[in-house]
Design a protein around this ligand. Sequence first.
Ligand code: ADP
Length: 482
Amino acid sequence: SPLPLKDPSLLKSQCYVNGEWIGSGTDPVINPATGQTIGHVPRFGAREAAEAVEHADKAFKLWSKTTAKERSNILRRWFDLIIANTDDLGLIMTAEQGKPLFESKGEVGYAASFVEFYAEEARRIYGEMIPTHRNDARILVHKQPIGVCAAITPWNFPAAMITRKCAPAIAVGCATVIKPAPETPLTALALAELAHRAGIPAGVFNVITGDAAPIGKVWCEHPTVRFIGFTGSTPVGKLLMQQAASTVKRVGLELGGNAPFIVFDDADIDAAVEGAMLSKYRNMGQTCVCANRIFVQDEVHDEFVAKFTAKVRELKVGNGLDAGVTQGPLIKPAAVDKVESHVQDALAKGAKLETGGHRHALGHTFFEPTVLSGMTSDMIVTREETFGPLAPVYRFKTEQEAIDLANASQYGLASYFYGRDIGRIFRVAEALEYGMVGINTGLIGVDVAPFGGVKESGLGREGSHHGTEEFLEIKYMLLAGL
Ligand code: ADP
């Protein structure tokens, strides 16, 4: 049955290049909650990837000459259209991705917030005049858009990962080529339709679908592409970085995480439970900032586990389009296999099952929201991101032990802790080797703050005024002979 969209023309089966809809839908897009095909998209490859870059380059030459105010106004129209079409975008997103409808609509708002923020930020790209070393000269620093920017995005945030990359790029005068994840191309193509309606000129925002590896290779190695932005798995990120070395491209990477979530003995336990629910079970546990290891101090451990497990039992699993559902399906069968293997490994090594632990009776890719306690560091989930609805709880005694456990990872994206002692708050926040620290909160992503990781979690920051830096080159002019 077709999706009940108010505006069915948002559901696309072609790609958007140079302001035109091209290709024909061959590859199915599957609803993970039902297994049904909800649409088809083209299978493009190396040739179309290169053509999109040529179009973007032509567009860049014009777009980079527009005024900041012109770019700002067009982005603002795109923002308005995204917000106005929240219901339809939410439906498309839930149908292809699985997250509950309220979360999809929430993501549409989050995605739109980057367009709004960078529409404003477009007009605040300032240069500098540096005190000079000689009296007859002046040192000027000018910021210019870097050029054509490519983005390869994941399925867990089908809208926001696109706008968080493209809105700052477009705001400062760059043109963009995007390849969304094969699981969630329909949201990306709907955003392209709205970009078109907003008046973003032909070639400035292009979306192609198809074979990831050849498209990625062409974009990494194409001399005209000056930036490659990627959100996804660490192995693919490393591959793209290697390929981008061939043309000394700037790269922005948002890769895997292994977020610690620490609860100290002076924490507000009810607030910590609420934060852990949000951090762990949002998007069925499929975000790179999801709590992956929950460390709870000895004295409050049992109280936390009891209250947390009770809340987890209240989660309602089902089709994200149905009212009241808080947990949809996982994205694909392999994701379920991974959660199941992490659970079984932990149980085999002595963990205690507090709730869940199995594939859900609904079948497909549904999995029961799961809590394990008695976790130890030899278990796989200690090292690997589960990316699913499994909350493993570890008991610790001292502050230093918590910090050491939290930092024992090659990842460094998001971290969280709950506590009230102000001295400890600063000590722990500064000691955590993570790009982001949520203190007494389980939600950190917001347009005005710099999102990004350290260690193998990535390079660069998205969001906030720092988010435009990736898309700007600094030009130093020495004006002598005055
Ligand atoms: P996941 O395993 O969660 O799907 P991936 O890192 O494989 O994570 O996917 C994130 C994005 O990277 C998707 O758009 C996917 O198509 C793309 N991708 C996967 N492999 C490659 C590759 N070899 N080169 C470029 N992009 C890739």
